[in-house]
Write a protein that binds this ligand. Structure first.
Ligand code: S3P
Length: 440
């Protein structure tokens, strides 16, 4: 992992047609479900980022055979169960990886010790441990349910669990544990979150019942179901596509197309918000790709205006607020983002780091406990100055957001720990350079 700083300088327009790596959420799930299944699972377009590679290594530790057969092409031979790992399972930077794997592992009679990098060791695991405990799992952890922790699984009973926060990771952990619990497991989510686990469980042959009502979504699963290996085609990650698309919207004379981007409505809140801000964002060639809708998204440089983002949209764009805040910095008027306290427990406290980074770049930001407001600079007399070095706390999305800002600011922006970008978006720098972006 590179430790040298990386800088983005304002320069020419960005132009070109690109593809971004495979979706991170679907990539993690394809490996985990493949390892839980009987038989062979083949994956094409797997995101070969550090987070997902950590999950691949973890699945080997739990007994699956996991092989790379070509770029993005992987084969997983599951045994229909997890076995006890012979060593500590290190999930690196990946919250999705560790939380989903803990859920899956809890269903088996084994002990497993999990750890992660400095960021993951600070993140709350109690949100997953609490429902797993209700089902019968036990654990020994650091203070506050922090990693490293040892989980003992097996003998689980199905549970009815109402999610106390909008979290697809918690929902998924409970459903994966429920697969190997006795009786029925029911997860009720007051706000719908990304549904990749439910969709993929069905693709692997499980029966999952989903009902939508005004008070939320309920997912039901009978325990004791076995999964059968299948083929997974991973679509382009909308959370990664967000960076080149916003870069084009804020850099004069730019036009960028990202092909094959997943358009699952529980993931596209950023695109809806950008269109409300006046972005010239068009989606063409909508098609089905392996059970998910994908399309080619074109962004052209656009004058943007500030908006109030509806808090109920947060689950559909929770990872995109950092790059939205960058777009908001170049808009006219303020952009108000509320109901996003979850941002404080991501790879870093993303509200605090975006507020600090944007302020250092000359942008007005008002931070609140559960949100922030960015005062757009367009039409005002305070440009987005840039000319700063940002401490990213090892957070890939904080790094990429500030580099995108640097492409359109008055002066360059430098980030530390750029090697962390490879957790979700390997090849980001080369891709942006190919569009004409001066990053290096
Ligand atoms: C993810 C869910 C989200 C998101 C994360 C990936 C997933 O987290 O932030 O990057 O794949 O389920 P929460 O479910 O904790 O909000």
């Amino acid at each position: 992992m590179s430790t040298a700083d990386l800088s983005a300088r304002p320069g020419a327009a960005l132009t070109g047609t690109i593809r971004v790596p495979g979706d991170k959420s679907i990539s993690h799930r394809s490996l985990i479900l493949g390892a839980l299944a009987n038989g062979v699972t083949t994956v094409e377009g797997l995101l070969e980022g550090d987070d997902v590679l950590a999950t691949a290594a973890a699945m080997r530790a739990f007994g699956a055979s996991v092989t790379r057969t070509g770029p993005g092409a992987w084969t997983i031979e599951g045994q229909g169960r997890f076995v006890e790992p012979g060593d500590i399972v290190d999930c690196g930077n990946a919250g999705t990886g560790v939380r989903l794997i803990m859920g899956a592992a809890a269903g088996f009679d084994l002990k497993a010790t999990f750890t992660g990098d400095a960021s993951l060791k600070k993140r709350p695991m109690g949100r997953v441990l609490t429902p797993l405990g209700l089902m019968g799992a036990t654990w020994l952890s650091r203070e506050g349910g922090r990693l490293p922790l040892t989980l003992s699984g097996g003998g689980l009973k199905g549970v009815r669990y109402v999610l106390p926060m909008a979290s697809a990771q918690v929902k998924s952990a409970v459903l994966l544990a429920g697969l190997n619990a006795s009786g029925e497991t029911v997860v009720a989510e007051p706000e719908a979150t990304r549904d990749h686990t439910e969709r993929m469980l069905r693709a692997f042959g499980a029966s999952v019942d989903v009902t939508d009502a005004s008070e939320g979504r309920t997912i039901r699963l009978q325990g004791g179901q076995s999964l059968t290996g299948c083929h997974v085609a991973v679509p382009g990650d909308p959370s990664s596509a967000a960076f080149p698309l916003v870069a084009a919207l804020i850099t004069p004379s730019s036009t960028v197309t990202v092909e094959g981007v997943m358009l699952n409505p529980l993931r596209t809140g950023l695109f809806d918000t950008l269109i409300e801000m006046g972005a010239d964002l068009t989606i063409a060639n909508r098609r089905d790709a392996g059970g998910e809708e994908v399309g080619d998204i074109t962004a052209r440089y656009s004058p943007l205006k500030g908006v109030v983002v509806p808090p109920e949209r947060a689950p559909a764009m929770i990872d995109e607020y950092p790059i939205l805040a960058v777009a908001a910095a170049f808009a006219s008027g303020s952009t108000v983002m509320r109901g996003i306290g979850e941002m404080r427990v991501k790879e870093s406290d993303r509200i605090a780091l975006m507020a600090a980074g944007l302020s250092a770049c000359g942008v007005g930001v008002e931070e609140e406990p559960e949100g922030f407001t960015v005062v757009g600079t367009a039409g005002g007399n305070h440009p987005v100055r840039g000319e700063t070095r940002v401490t990213t706390h090892g957070d890939h999305r904080i790094a990429m957001s500030h580099l995108v800002l640097g492409l359109a600011a008055q002066g360059s922006v430098t980030v530390d720990e750029p090697g962390m970008i490879a957790t979700s978006f390997p090849g980001f720098v080369e891709l942006m350079q190919g569009l004409g972006g001066e990053i290096g």
